[in-house]
Design a protein around this ligand. Structure first.
Ligand code: FES
Length: 151
């Protein structure tokens, strides 16, 4: 099957394949953009549709994204969000999780994840994430529950 697919590809296409005992993946790119992904497995899979959409509609694929497609596993960029702190490779969703766990200061995030503790250029974005995540997780005053009932 792989040879049959490859022989019909345009001359400027590049491809990678991975064939295991239970799965076959064929990834085709042109100018490093995804044009075709054939992901077959002998059992039902749970490949997130929005992940595939983001790869088809995104910029050039990174090596990690190509490997993710071949392995049929979403890459860290999809699962954990973009890198916010490049010094320590700390991603957005990891930071949001830490904020939700109570690390709601830049210093607290630095203590928990090291982000912001080297060059400091990510501190503004850390503060923005704290503000936006805290705003989402705090209940609206009218939504706060109480055990008091008006009679
Ligand atoms: S980018 Fe976060 S400390 Fe440098």
């Amino acid at each position: 099957m792989v040879a049959e697919v490859i022989k019909h590809l345009p001359k400027d296409a590049q491809w990678a394949t991975l064939q295991g005992s239970h799965q076959l993946s064929i990834v085709v790119t042109r100018k490093n953009k995804l044009v075709l992904a054939i992901l077959l497995e002998d059992k039902p899979t749970d490949i997130p549709r929005d992940w595939l959409d983001s790869l088809y509609n995104g910029d050039e694929l990174s090596p990690e994204q190509i490997n993710g497609l071949l392995e049929q596993q979403p890459d860290d960029a999809f699962l954990l969000g973009k890198v916010v702190c490049s010094c320590f490779g700390v991603r957005e969703n990891t930071i949001k999780q830490a904020i939700a766990e109570g690390n709601n200061t830049v210093a607290g995030l630095g203590k928990a994840l090291k982000c912001g503790t080297n060059c400091g250029s990510c501190k503004t974005e850390l503060a923005s994430l704290i503000e936006s995540t805290s705003a989402v997780s705090k209940p609206h005053p009218k939504e706060e529950t109480t055990n008091e009932y008006a009679l």
